[in-house]
Design a protein around this ligand. Structure first.
Ligand code: GTP
Ligand code: ZN
Length: 370
Protein backbone atom coordinates (compact mmCIF):
# COMPACT_ATOMS: atom_id res chain seq x y z
CA UNK A 1 0.00 0.00 0.00
CA UNK A 2 1.21 3.53 -0.76
CA UNK A 3 0.87 4.53 2.83
CA UNK A 4 4.18 6.30 3.13
CA UNK A 5 2.68 9.58 2.00
CA UNK A 6 0.09 9.89 4.75
CA UNK A 7 -0.14 8.75 8.31
CA UNK A 8 -3.40 7.16 9.28
CA UNK A 9 -4.84 5.36 12.23
CA UNK A 10 -6.73 2.58 10.49
CA UNK A 11 -4.71 -0.31 9.16
CA UNK A 12 -6.32 -0.93 5.78
CA UNK A 13 -4.94 -4.46 5.64
CA UNK A 14 -7.49 -5.23 8.37
CA UNK A 15 -10.16 -4.21 5.86
CA UNK A 16 -8.76 -6.59 3.27
CA UNK A 17 -6.59 -4.16 1.29
CA UNK A 18 -4.51 -5.97 -1.29
CA UNK A 19 -1.23 -4.41 -2.40
CA UNK A 20 -1.74 -5.68 -5.93
CA UNK A 21 -4.68 -3.34 -6.53
CA UNK A 22 -3.71 -0.63 -9.01
CA UNK A 23 -4.01 2.65 -7.16
CA UNK A 24 -3.76 5.71 -9.46
CA UNK A 25 -0.89 8.07 -8.60
CA UNK A 26 -1.78 10.83 -6.19
CA UNK A 27 -4.84 9.07 -4.74
CA UNK A 28 -5.48 7.28 -1.45
CA UNK A 29 -7.31 3.99 -1.08
CA UNK A 30 -10.55 3.52 0.84
CA UNK A 31 -13.22 0.87 1.16
CA UNK A 32 -16.90 1.64 0.64
CA UNK A 33 -18.95 0.94 3.77
CA UNK A 34 -22.24 2.18 2.37
CA UNK A 35 -23.51 4.12 -0.63
CA UNK A 36 -25.88 7.05 -0.77
CA UNK A 37 -27.07 9.13 -3.67
CA UNK A 38 -24.03 10.76 -5.24
CA UNK A 39 -21.70 9.88 -2.40
CA UNK A 40 -20.34 6.97 -0.41
CA UNK A 41 -19.42 6.41 3.21
CA UNK A 42 -15.82 5.22 2.99
CA UNK A 43 -13.21 3.93 5.40
CA UNK A 44 -9.73 5.26 4.65
CA UNK A 45 -6.58 5.21 6.73
CA UNK A 46 -7.63 8.58 8.17
CA UNK A 47 -11.00 7.34 9.30
CA UNK A 48 -14.56 6.98 8.09
CA UNK A 49 -16.21 9.83 6.22
CA UNK A 50 -18.42 10.65 3.29
CA UNK A 51 -16.85 11.17 -0.12
CA UNK A 52 -18.81 12.64 -3.02
CA UNK A 53 -18.51 11.14 -6.48
CA UNK A 54 -16.24 12.96 -8.91
CA UNK A 55 -17.53 14.12 -12.30
CA UNK A 56 -15.68 11.19 -13.83
CA UNK A 57 -17.57 8.66 -11.67
CA UNK A 58 -20.90 10.32 -12.42
CA UNK A 59 -20.23 10.28 -16.16
CA UNK A 60 -19.26 6.60 -16.08
CA UNK A 61 -22.36 5.73 -14.04
CA UNK A 62 -24.61 7.51 -16.51
CA UNK A 63 -23.15 5.25 -19.22
CA UNK A 64 -23.42 2.09 -17.16
CA UNK A 65 -24.72 1.77 -13.58
CA UNK A 66 -22.38 -1.20 -13.04
CA UNK A 67 -19.54 1.30 -12.70
CA UNK A 68 -21.22 2.96 -9.70
CA UNK A 69 -19.42 2.35 -6.40
CA UNK A 70 -21.06 -0.26 -4.19
CA UNK A 71 -20.54 -1.59 -0.68
CA UNK A 72 -17.29 -3.55 -0.46
CA UNK A 73 -15.63 -1.69 -3.32
CA UNK A 74 -12.05 -0.50 -3.05
CA UNK A 75 -11.91 3.03 -4.41
CA UNK A 76 -9.35 5.76 -5.10
CA UNK A 77 -9.89 9.09 -3.34
CA UNK A 78 -8.54 12.28 -4.88
CA UNK A 79 -7.77 15.20 -2.58
CA UNK A 80 -9.80 18.37 -3.09
CA UNK A 81 -8.26 21.82 -2.43
CA UNK A 82 -10.34 22.34 0.72
CA UNK A 83 -8.75 19.30 2.33
CA UNK A 84 -11.57 16.87 1.66
CA UNK A 85 -11.60 13.93 -0.72
CA UNK A 86 -13.75 12.95 -3.63
CA UNK A 87 -14.31 9.43 -4.83
CA UNK A 88 -12.60 9.33 -8.20
CA UNK A 89 -12.27 5.68 -9.27
CA UNK A 90 -13.53 2.20 -8.46
CA UNK A 91 -10.63 -0.24 -8.36
CA UNK A 92 -11.01 -3.61 -10.13
CA UNK A 93 -13.41 -5.97 -8.33
CA UNK A 94 -12.37 -9.50 -7.46
CA UNK A 95 -16.00 -10.60 -7.20
CA UNK A 96 -19.43 -9.02 -7.43
CA UNK A 97 -23.02 -9.73 -6.52
CA UNK A 98 -25.05 -8.38 -9.39
CA UNK A 99 -28.72 -7.91 -9.99
CA UNK A 100 -30.49 -7.30 -13.25
CA UNK A 101 -29.06 -7.48 -16.72
CA UNK A 102 -25.43 -7.77 -15.84
CA UNK A 103 -23.39 -10.55 -17.30
CA UNK A 104 -19.85 -11.69 -17.09
CA UNK A 105 -17.94 -11.38 -20.33
CA UNK A 106 -15.46 -13.97 -21.57
CA UNK A 107 -12.60 -12.28 -19.77
CA UNK A 108 -14.42 -12.46 -16.45
CA UNK A 109 -15.27 -8.76 -16.40
CA UNK A 110 -18.76 -7.43 -15.93
CA UNK A 111 -20.76 -5.85 -18.68
CA UNK A 112 -24.05 -4.18 -18.04
CA UNK A 113 -27.03 -3.54 -20.26
CA UNK A 114 -27.73 -0.21 -18.62
CA UNK A 115 -30.09 -1.75 -16.06
CA UNK A 116 -27.84 -3.88 -13.93
CA UNK A 117 -26.74 -3.07 -10.45
CA UNK A 118 -23.84 -4.33 -8.39
CA UNK A 119 -25.04 -5.06 -4.86
CA UNK A 120 -21.70 -5.88 -3.22
CA UNK A 121 -18.13 -6.30 -4.37
CA UNK A 122 -14.96 -8.06 -3.29
CA UNK A 123 -16.75 -10.78 -1.35
CA UNK A 124 -14.47 -13.74 -0.62
CA UNK A 125 -16.86 -16.05 1.19
CA UNK A 126 -20.60 -16.49 0.76
CA UNK A 127 -22.29 -18.10 3.75
CA UNK A 128 -25.51 -19.80 2.81
CA UNK A 129 -27.55 -20.02 6.01
CA UNK A 130 -30.38 -22.53 6.20
CA UNK A 131 -32.06 -23.41 9.48
CA UNK A 132 -32.13 -27.08 10.42
CA UNK A 133 -35.80 -26.53 11.22
CA UNK A 134 -37.99 -23.79 9.81
CA UNK A 135 -41.27 -23.43 11.72
CA UNK A 136 -42.46 -26.97 11.14
CA UNK A 137 -40.33 -27.74 8.11
CA UNK A 138 -36.89 -29.26 7.77
CA UNK A 139 -34.02 -27.56 6.03
CA UNK A 140 -34.93 -26.82 2.41
CA UNK A 141 -32.37 -28.49 0.14
CA UNK A 142 -33.73 -26.79 -2.99
CA UNK A 143 -33.17 -23.39 -1.46
CA UNK A 144 -29.62 -24.36 -0.53
CA UNK A 145 -28.94 -25.44 -4.12
CA UNK A 146 -30.28 -22.16 -5.48
CA UNK A 147 -28.32 -19.97 -3.06
CA UNK A 148 -25.12 -21.95 -3.62
CA UNK A 149 -25.56 -21.40 -7.36
CA UNK A 150 -25.90 -17.65 -6.74
CA UNK A 151 -22.84 -17.77 -4.53
CA UNK A 152 -20.70 -19.42 -7.22
CA UNK A 153 -22.05 -16.89 -9.69
CA UNK A 154 -20.77 -14.00 -7.58
CA UNK A 155 -17.19 -15.23 -7.73
CA UNK A 156 -17.02 -15.87 -3.98
CA UNK A 157 -16.64 -19.28 -2.33
CA UNK A 158 -19.86 -20.72 -0.88
CA UNK A 159 -19.99 -22.29 2.59
CA UNK A 160 -23.27 -23.79 3.78
CA UNK A 161 -24.22 -23.15 7.41
CA UNK A 162 -27.02 -25.20 8.93
CA UNK A 163 -28.20 -22.80 11.62
CA UNK A 164 -30.33 -23.40 14.70
CA UNK A 165 -28.76 -26.84 14.98
CA UNK A 166 -30.19 -27.09 18.52
CA UNK A 167 -33.67 -27.55 17.04
CA UNK A 168 -32.68 -30.72 15.28
CA UNK A 169 -30.23 -32.67 17.34
CA UNK A 170 -31.58 -36.07 16.47
CA UNK A 171 -30.83 -36.85 12.87
CA UNK A 172 -28.53 -33.88 12.38
CA UNK A 173 -25.86 -36.14 10.88
CA UNK A 174 -28.29 -37.47 8.29
CA UNK A 175 -29.40 -33.95 7.47
CA UNK A 176 -25.78 -32.84 7.00
CA UNK A 177 -25.17 -35.79 4.69
CA UNK A 178 -28.16 -34.77 2.56
CA UNK A 179 -26.94 -31.17 2.46
CA UNK A 180 -23.45 -32.27 1.42
CA UNK A 181 -24.98 -34.28 -1.41
CA UNK A 182 -26.93 -31.19 -2.49
CA UNK A 183 -23.81 -29.01 -2.55
CA UNK A 184 -20.92 -31.12 -3.86
CA UNK A 185 -17.51 -29.67 -3.16
CA UNK A 186 -18.89 -27.13 -0.70
CA UNK A 187 -18.04 -27.05 3.03
CA UNK A 188 -21.07 -27.68 5.23
CA UNK A 189 -21.22 -26.90 8.97
CA UNK A 190 -23.87 -26.96 11.64
CA UNK A 191 -23.99 -24.23 14.26
CA UNK A 192 -26.08 -22.63 16.95
CA UNK A 193 -25.48 -18.88 16.99
CA UNK A 194 -27.59 -18.49 20.10
CA UNK A 195 -25.22 -20.52 22.27
CA UNK A 196 -22.19 -19.73 20.12
CA UNK A 197 -21.62 -23.36 19.29
CA UNK A 198 -19.86 -23.67 15.94
CA UNK A 199 -19.35 -19.92 15.55
CA UNK A 200 -15.56 -20.28 15.75
CA UNK A 201 -15.64 -22.52 12.70
CA UNK A 202 -17.43 -19.73 10.82
CA UNK A 203 -14.95 -17.16 12.09
CA UNK A 204 -12.03 -19.21 10.78
CA UNK A 205 -13.22 -18.57 7.19
CA UNK A 206 -12.61 -14.87 7.76
CA UNK A 207 -9.00 -15.14 8.89
CA UNK A 208 -6.72 -12.96 6.82
CA UNK A 209 -9.25 -10.10 6.69
CA UNK A 210 -11.64 -11.93 4.37
CA UNK A 211 -15.00 -10.42 3.47
CA UNK A 212 -18.21 -12.45 3.67
CA UNK A 213 -21.90 -12.07 3.03
CA UNK A 214 -24.66 -14.19 4.56
CA UNK A 215 -27.55 -15.29 2.37
CA UNK A 216 -30.56 -17.14 3.67
CA UNK A 217 -34.27 -16.96 4.34
CA UNK A 218 -35.86 -14.71 6.92
CA UNK A 219 -35.56 -16.24 10.35
CA UNK A 220 -32.48 -18.29 9.47
CA UNK A 221 -30.59 -16.55 12.26
CA UNK A 222 -28.41 -14.33 10.07
CA UNK A 223 -28.55 -11.31 12.39
CA UNK A 224 -27.92 -13.50 15.41
CA UNK A 225 -24.86 -14.92 13.68
CA UNK A 226 -23.56 -11.50 12.61
CA UNK A 227 -23.91 -10.31 16.20
CA UNK A 228 -22.12 -13.38 17.50
CA UNK A 229 -19.30 -12.79 15.01
CA UNK A 230 -19.09 -9.04 15.56
CA UNK A 231 -19.01 -9.25 19.33
CA UNK A 232 -19.36 -6.00 21.23
CA UNK A 233 -15.98 -4.64 20.47
CA UNK A 234 -16.26 -3.54 16.85
CA UNK A 235 -12.79 -2.46 15.82
CA UNK A 236 -13.64 0.26 13.38
CA UNK A 237 -16.03 2.22 15.61
CA UNK A 238 -13.30 2.69 18.19
CA UNK A 239 -10.67 3.63 15.66
CA UNK A 240 -12.88 6.16 13.96
CA UNK A 241 -13.54 7.84 17.26
CA UNK A 242 -9.85 7.95 18.02
CA UNK A 243 -9.16 9.36 14.56
CA UNK A 244 -11.46 12.35 14.71
CA UNK A 245 -10.45 12.96 18.30
CA UNK A 246 -13.78 14.45 19.28
CA UNK A 247 -15.36 11.31 20.61
CA UNK A 248 -18.14 11.87 18.11
CA UNK A 249 -20.65 9.09 18.20
CA UNK A 250 -20.68 7.52 14.76
CA UNK A 251 -24.19 6.20 14.37
CA UNK A 252 -24.17 5.98 10.58
CA UNK A 253 -25.73 2.72 9.52
CA UNK A 254 -22.89 0.72 8.14
CA UNK A 255 -23.31 -2.17 5.74
CA UNK A 256 -19.69 -3.28 5.83
CA UNK A 257 -19.14 -4.58 9.33
CA UNK A 258 -15.59 -5.20 10.58
CA UNK A 259 -15.59 -8.07 13.07
CA UNK A 260 -13.75 -8.05 16.36
CA UNK A 261 -11.93 -11.27 15.58
CA UNK A 262 -10.88 -10.08 12.11
CA UNK A 263 -12.65 -10.19 8.79
CA UNK A 264 -15.71 -8.31 7.56
CA UNK A 265 -19.36 -9.02 6.89
CA UNK A 266 -21.43 -7.22 4.29
CA UNK A 267 -25.06 -7.08 5.30
CA UNK A 268 -27.45 -5.14 3.08
CA UNK A 269 -31.17 -5.48 2.38
CA UNK A 270 -30.37 -5.99 -1.32
CA UNK A 271 -28.14 -8.96 -0.61
CA UNK A 272 -30.71 -10.39 1.77
CA UNK A 273 -33.48 -10.29 -0.81
CA UNK A 274 -31.91 -12.91 -2.96
CA UNK A 275 -33.38 -14.51 -5.98
CA UNK A 276 -33.08 -11.73 -8.51
CA UNK A 277 -29.56 -12.29 -9.68
CA UNK A 278 -28.44 -13.66 -12.96
CA UNK A 279 -27.42 -17.29 -12.88
CA UNK A 280 -25.43 -19.16 -15.47
CA UNK A 281 -22.38 -21.18 -14.55
CA UNK A 282 -23.38 -21.27 -10.89
CA UNK A 283 -26.14 -23.77 -11.60
CA UNK A 284 -23.75 -26.10 -13.43
CA UNK A 285 -21.33 -25.98 -10.53
CA UNK A 286 -23.98 -26.92 -7.96
CA UNK A 287 -25.15 -29.83 -10.08
CA UNK A 288 -21.72 -31.02 -11.16
CA UNK A 289 -22.67 -34.58 -10.14
CA UNK A 290 -25.61 -34.60 -12.59
CA UNK A 291 -23.47 -33.04 -15.33
CA UNK A 292 -21.02 -35.88 -14.81
CA UNK A 293 -23.76 -38.52 -14.93
CA UNK A 294 -25.09 -36.94 -18.13
CA UNK A 295 -21.84 -37.73 -19.90
CA UNK A 296 -22.94 -41.36 -19.74
CA UNK A 297 -26.26 -40.73 -21.54
CA UNK A 298 -26.62 -42.40 -24.93
CA UNK A 299 -27.62 -39.17 -26.70
CA UNK A 300 -25.40 -36.12 -26.49
CA UNK A 301 -28.43 -33.85 -26.30
CA UNK A 302 -30.33 -36.04 -23.82
CA UNK A 303 -32.91 -34.05 -21.87
CA UNK A 304 -33.01 -36.74 -19.17
CA UNK A 305 -36.77 -36.74 -19.59
CA UNK A 306 -37.25 -40.40 -20.47
CA UNK A 307 -34.98 -41.03 -23.49
CA UNK A 308 -33.55 -44.51 -23.77
CA UNK A 309 -30.07 -44.98 -22.34
CA UNK A 310 -30.35 -42.01 -20.00
CA UNK A 311 -27.70 -42.35 -17.30
CA UNK A 312 -29.34 -39.65 -15.18
CA UNK A 313 -32.72 -41.39 -15.03
CA UNK A 314 -30.90 -44.65 -14.37
CA UNK A 315 -29.18 -43.06 -11.36
CA UNK A 316 -32.56 -41.88 -10.05
CA UNK A 317 -34.02 -45.37 -10.47
CA UNK A 318 -31.02 -46.92 -8.74
CA UNK A 319 -31.54 -44.55 -5.83
CA UNK A 320 -28.17 -42.91 -6.39
CA UNK A 321 -29.60 -39.53 -7.32
CA UNK A 322 -32.56 -38.14 -5.39
CA UNK A 323 -35.50 -37.35 -7.68
CA UNK A 324 -35.87 -34.09 -5.77
CA UNK A 325 -32.41 -33.02 -6.84
CA UNK A 326 -33.08 -33.71 -10.52
CA UNK A 327 -36.32 -31.67 -10.31
CA UNK A 328 -34.43 -28.87 -8.59
CA UNK A 329 -31.85 -28.87 -11.39
CA UNK A 330 -34.57 -28.62 -14.06
CA UNK A 331 -36.19 -25.79 -12.17
CA UNK A 332 -33.03 -23.74 -11.75
CA UNK A 333 -32.05 -24.30 -15.38
CA UNK A 334 -35.44 -23.00 -16.52
CA UNK A 335 -35.04 -20.02 -14.25
CA UNK A 336 -31.54 -19.26 -15.51
CA UNK A 337 -32.74 -19.52 -19.12
CA UNK A 338 -35.65 -17.21 -18.39
CA UNK A 339 -33.35 -14.65 -16.82
CA UNK A 340 -30.95 -14.86 -19.74
CA UNK A 341 -33.81 -14.22 -22.18
CA UNK A 342 -35.05 -11.33 -20.10
CA UNK A 343 -31.66 -9.66 -20.03
CA UNK A 344 -31.26 -10.21 -23.80
CA UNK A 345 -34.63 -8.53 -24.34
CA UNK A 346 -33.55 -5.64 -22.17
CA UNK A 347 -30.32 -5.31 -24.07
CA UNK A 348 -32.22 -5.20 -27.35
CA UNK A 349 -34.68 -2.58 -26.16
CA UNK A 350 -31.83 -0.45 -24.86
CA UNK A 351 -30.11 -0.68 -28.26
CA UNK A 352 -33.36 0.25 -29.99
CA UNK A 353 -33.74 3.25 -27.70
CA UNK A 354 -30.24 4.47 -28.50
CA UNK A 355 -30.90 4.08 -32.22
CA UNK A 356 -34.16 6.01 -31.96
CA UNK A 357 -32.37 8.88 -30.25
CA UNK A 358 -29.70 8.87 -32.96
CA UNK A 359 -32.30 8.80 -35.71
CA UNK A 360 -34.19 11.67 -34.15
CA UNK A 361 -31.04 13.76 -33.98
CA UNK A 362 -30.29 12.89 -37.57
CA UNK A 363 -33.72 13.94 -38.82
CA UNK A 364 -33.75 17.13 -36.79
CA UNK A 365 -33.83 19.84 -39.49
CA UNK A 366 -30.87 22.15 -39.49
CA UNK A 367 -28.97 20.13 -36.88
CA UNK A 368 -25.75 18.29 -37.51
CA UNK A 369 -26.18 19.16 -41.17
CA UNK A 370 -24.46 21.65 -43.36
N1 GTP B 1 -33.22 -22.05 18.64
C1 GTP B 1 -32.44 -21.16 18.04
N2 GTP B 1 -32.96 -19.98 17.68
C2 GTP B 1 -32.17 -19.09 17.07
C3 GTP B 1 -30.80 -19.36 16.80
N3 GTP B 1 -30.26 -18.30 16.16
C4 GTP B 1 -31.25 -17.40 16.04
N4 GTP B 1 -32.40 -17.86 16.61
C5 GTP B 1 -33.69 -17.15 16.68
O1 GTP B 1 -34.32 -17.14 15.40
C6 GTP B 1 -35.03 -15.92 15.21
C7 GTP B 1 -34.59 -15.26 13.94
O2 GTP B 1 -33.22 -14.90 14.06
P1 GTP B 1 -32.59 -13.70 13.23
O3 GTP B 1 -31.14 -13.68 13.55
O4 GTP B 1 -33.35 -12.45 13.45
O5 GTP B 1 -32.84 -14.20 11.75
P2 GTP B 1 -32.49 -13.46 10.36
O6 GTP B 1 -32.01 -14.50 9.45
O7 GTP B 1 -31.59 -12.31 10.62
O8 GTP B 1 -33.92 -12.97 9.88
P3 GTP B 1 -34.24 -11.71 8.90
O9 GTP B 1 -33.68 -10.50 9.55
O10 GTP B 1 -35.75 -11.72 8.85
O11 GTP B 1 -33.63 -12.04 7.57
C8 GTP B 1 -34.76 -15.08 16.46
O12 GTP B 1 -35.86 -15.21 17.33
C9 GTP B 1 -33.54 -15.71 17.05
O13 GTP B 1 -33.47 -15.55 18.45
C10 GTP B 1 -30.28 -20.63 17.21
O14 GTP B 1 -29.09 -20.96 17.03
N5 GTP B 1 -31.14 -21.49 17.83
ZN1 ZN C 1 -29.98 -38.39 -19.94
Amino acid sequence: MNSGSFSGSIDLSLLGWNDALPLPAGTVPARVARVDRGAAEVIAAEGQFQARYSARIRRAAAEDPVSLPCVGDWVALAALPEGRYELDAVLPRSSAFVRGGVSRDSRGGLSGDGQGQVLAANVDVVFVAEPSMHSTDFADLGRIERLVALAWESGGVPVVLITKADLFELGLDELLADVRAAAPGVDVHALCAQTGEGVDVVRAYLHGAKTAVILGPSGAGKSTLVNALAGEDVMETQQVRAADGRGRHTTVHRELIPLSGGGLIIDTPGIRRVGLYAMNDGVDLVFSDIEELAEGCRFGDCSHGGEPGCAVQAAVEAGELPERRLESWFKLQREAAWMARRSDARLRSEETRKWKILHKAWRQPGRNRP
